[in-house]
Write a protein that binds this ligand. Sequence first.
Ligand SMILES: Cc1cc2nc3c(=O)[nH]c(=O)nc-3n(C[C@H](O)[C@H](O)[C@H](O)COP(=O)(O)OP(=O)(O)OC[C@H]3O[C@@H](n4cnc5c(N)ncnc54)[C@H](O)[C@@H]3O)c2cc1C
Length: 453
Amino acid sequence: MQAATIPIEATSAPVAAECDVVVVGGGPAGMSAAVAAARNGASVTLVERYPHLGGMAAGGMVLVLDDIVDEDEITVRGIAQEMIDRLEAMGLAVYPPPEDRVLSEAAWEKWRRWGAIDFHQPGEIKPIVYSVAFDPEGWKTAAHDMITESGVSLRLHSPFHSPIMEGNRISGVVCHTKTGPEALLAETVIDCSGDADVAFTAGAPFVQGSYLVTTVFRLGNVDTDTAMAFDRQEPRAAYELDREAKRILGGAWEHWWLLTPLPGIVWCNAPHMTGYDGLTPLDQTAANDEGRRRVAELLEFARQRIPGFEHAVLVDVAPQLGVRQTRLIRGDYVVTKDDVVKRRHFRDSIARGRGYYTPYRALLPQDTHGLLVAGRHYSVEPDAQKLSREIPPCMAMGEAAGVAAAMAVDTATDLRDIDVATLQGKLRSQGADPGDIPSPRATIDGTALVTTP
Ligand SMILES: Cc1cc2nc3c(=O)[nH]c(=O)nc-3n(C[C@H](O)[C@H](O)[C@H](O)COP(=O)(O)OP(=O)(O)OC[C@H]3O[C@@H](n4cnc5c(N)ncnc54)[C@H](O)[C@@H]3O)c2cc1C
């Protein structure tokens, strides 16, 4: 049955800011987009609905950066690497040194509980790769520092409400704040909301995707040395307890608990729950209820049965529900699973992930002007997004979108007409890897705009 509707009175909004670029969403993609646009000369306003930056990397407590490498080649650099350097300087990032990035039992035992695993490889023991465990408060601080140092005007507590449209061209956004609506005018808007909030309301086509949702949580007071020794010394018993823990959680990856830079505190990328729409309040509430119930049961079980967890306490359930996939925009190119799996190279590649390449066209929503998207809602098939949505590649996309937006403003060029070779050159000279140079493992064929190496 169609829900009843009521008319809502039109209102007006004071213009709170006029700038070159407005970025909506301060997660990994949005922070990178805002910093890159500002460093490339644009005046930038970044709006975020929550009281801090970070998105899933902070409020969602997703605490391992992966998909930074294609086997032993580092594929995501630039602002993502700068973030890692800042976290490391605070003592809040841990990753395996180059000599430990190997396939060996010793490396596996040392690093698997840090999540630094090439989990796409088969086998009981997987290669150890460059992945980074970090702290969410550290992320908030580093992101805030990068934003303020680059001169971005930051507006927290500013939920995006609606786009300001002139035909099919966006010229700003309205945020609903405690003081009422505020209009922010811009030449270019970058949607980094993760759910394509801006592109969707601007009328851009999209597909409705969905995937697992998770109430990520952290446990404290865990004797991690004892827990890991038990894993090693009594693998059969450890396996049985692990299986029971995963049954209670209702779904988890291979390791349901991982180490963090904080002693005695582990993070749990679980429970994995299906059948919830990551956009609707009722489904989000129900997922939160189910997740908290499973977490409480797991804690009780772990205290009673798992060596090292006897005195464990619940530190926190992530304030933000872990939503992996909702709307995916339809852009000038839609990345397919085949593209991702075969590492298909595109002449207009502007970002890389594990091995795959992201074409600039996948950031341009169809039928809409003045708007770029970057992050987990980019133009990609749902099955392909599951393999290409990790934090570092989202940051690489954001960085590229920021530089592209600044270029468009600077040269008074439509976003669709900017010179992509210049964009790639700028990204490379600023420390990023846009993927303009295909790796020997890339697929180069006639189905995409391919590079002639
Ligand atoms: C449970 C879970 C586990 C994961 N595990 C890993 C992992 O181990 N390693 C890894 O690298 N990646 C992992 N990922 C994927 C990764 O976290 C996300 O894909 C990534 O954070 C996407 O970045 P983003 O900036 O596109 O979106 P998000 O991180 O979702 O950020 C979007 C930002 O926009 C803001 N926003 C949204 N709507 C509005 C609005 N209307 N107005 C204003 N602001 C708004 C949000 O508050 C948020 O700050 C995981 C994801 C989940 C959910």
